[in-house]
Write a protein of this length. Structure first.
Length: 521
């Protein structure tokens, strides 16, 4: 039976104030736990960070939000709403896409609008191919949402039952059916195969090595994207403030050193500032940090080591004045594709910088009202993780980013300094044991999506949350992982009690793990 604080409240310590940790903290506090969050950085957000510029904070991490209902549910637990806490806008378009010599192609949160846009761009045959692809991806999304995305761990028997009822899903699940091969069944236009193959990179994989089932990532975005005016890091700050209204205590600039156990379960978290007794510990960091022994022996054997790391990135975050023939054509979410995907993914697979990369350009101030003269930008180039340091990296990255964009009609003045660049080695240093990976373990391989660590570990009382944990990478998936960590922890506390929901010392009645209490703000 776990011990508790003298007040009768179970004590929970969350290590890391990323999106998964914030979600777990809010849910545990709403269920009556006494929650402490320790965070090595000086602010919440994890990878949702920003760099100060003369035009305001420029995003260094995720730029837009999908599956907004996961955020709404967290604010509702504190009796408030997303719209009341942050300035958030649903964007009219998902993204704008360009290729050398062609484009733009806009995609929308509307199936029929997308069919017509693709028809105008590539003809009737490709529009029909998109309609078939979209329908199949939607069926995969619906088939996997409950038994995989919203489940504590992938429920393979439930998936099997679903696919038996829908044999049209079988081809996407065949061994060796990669996303790239799958797309070839719907599109003949290589630009469209390149576009929809890009969704593999959203979870840290390469299209020719990622299983076809991850085409469902398209469906998550197709439901709509939201932009937060001050960036996703502002959403993290709002969630932290909301957690504080529920009694959560935050300790920033505080590094966790060790998770200790007593009587076979977690007992406390030691930090560089002191220690915190705990009945529940939620680790919101790369799971490899535990298996590498960064938090002591008790946690080291609590789970299997994760697989190989996913992709990393070089990320420019800066403010500038934009000029050139395409300057007026940018929207919030833009992709400038390389002519040949092999020039990007071939070198990445060998551990090198892309020879000719596809570039994601986030124009942070677009589609939110009046666009200022000095705009905030984020530009992402995919990179391999676990990459050795190279002294000429900054200049090479600059040369493979800004001259190609100038050829596509975009000139940034002044061009950013090297201080505006986040490198794979910077990510590796900031997020221990990540090896620079942004998305946890790689999704490449037939069963990789089903082999991520899950919330419950082999050490009673220790749970995992974050993008490196099931159900996967991205802001909404991290929030779901935090939900699962909290639900599993509450379920285990209830199971450990001797007389149901009222057996916690002090007469406390634990909230049902499936019930979301909404206290007054």
């Amino acid at each position: 039976m776990p011990s508790t604080h003298s007040s009768g409240q179970p004590r929970a310590v969350v290590i890391g104030a990323g999106m998964g940790g914030l979600a777990a903290a809010i849910r545990l506090a709403a269920a009556g736990c006494r929650v402490t969050v320790v965070e090595a950085a000086d602010a919440p957000g994890g990878k949702a960070r920003a760099r100060a510029t003369q035009a305001g904070p420029a995003a260094m991490g995720p730029t837009v939000l999908t599956l907004k209902a996961e955020v709404d549910a967290l604010f509702a637990l504190a009796g408030t709403t997303t719209q009341a806490e942050v300035q958030i806008t649903r964007l009219p378009r998902l993204a704008r896409h360009w290729w050398p010599g062609s484009g733009p192609l806009d995609l929308f949160p509307d199936r029929e609008a997308n069919i017509e846009a693709i028809r105008a761009f590539a003809g009737d045959r490709e529009a029909d191919g998109f309609a078939r692809f979209d329908a199949r991806a939607g069926a995969l999304y619906r088939a996997f949402e409950t038994p995989v995305m919203q489940a504590p761990k992938p429920d393979l028997p439930a998936i099997a039952r679903t696919t038996l009822r829908q044999p049209g899903l079988w081809p996407a699940l065949l061994p060796g059916m990669t996303l790239d091969r799958w797309l070839g069944q719907f599109f003949r236009d290589p630009r469209l195969r390149q576009l929809f193959g890009r969704y593999a990179t959203y979870v840290g994989g390469r299209p020719a090595h990622t299983p076809a089932v991850l085409s469902l990532v398209w469906q998550a975005e197709a439901q709509g994207v939201w932009a937060v005016t001050d960036g996703i890091q502002a959403l993290a700050h709002a969630l932290a403030r909301t957690a504080e209204t529920l009694g959560v205590r935050f300790h920033y600039a505080t590094s966790a050193r060790r998770i200790t156990r007593q009587s076979g379960r977690v007992s406390q978290v030691e930090t560089d500032q002191g220690h915190h007794p705990a009945d529940i510990v939620v680790f919101n960091g790369d799971p490899r940090a535990l298996t590498d022994g960064h938090l002591g022996e008790a946690a080291q054997s609590a789970l299997k080591p994760p697989g190989k790391p996913s992709l990393s990135a070089w990320v420019w975050s800066f403010a500038a004045t934009l000029s050139g023939p395409r300057a007026e054509d940018l929207i919030q979410h833009n992709l400038f594709f390389t002519a040949d995907p092999q020039d990007e993914f071939g070198p990445i697979g060998q551990g090198h910088m892309p020879q000719s990369p596809t570039l994601y350009v986030n124009a942070q101030d677009r589609e939110l009202g009046t666009t200022p003269t000095d705009e905030r930008f984020q530009i992402i180039m995919n990179a391999p993780a676990n990459r050795p340091d190279h002294t000429d990296e900054d200049q090479t990255c600059h040369d493979r980013t800004f001259p190609p964009l100038a050829q596509m009609g975009l000139t940034f003045s002044p061009p950013p300094e090297p201080s505006a660049l986040t490198r794979p080695r910077d990510l590796a240093a900031r997020f221990p044991a990540s090896l620079g990976s942004i998305y946890g373990a790689s999704p490449e391989g037939a069963l990789a999506a089903f082999q991520r660590p899950v919330a419950r570990t082999g050490l009673p009382g220790l749970y995992l949350a974050g993008g490196g944990v099931h159900p996967g990478a991205g802001v909404p998936m991290a929030l779901i992982s935090g939900k699962q960590a909290a639900l599993q922890a509450l379920t285990d506390l209830t199971s450990a009690s001797t007389s149901g929901r009222t057996a916690m010392p002090g007469g406390m009645s634990m909230a049902s793990p499936t019930t979301e209490r909404k206290p007054s703000r």
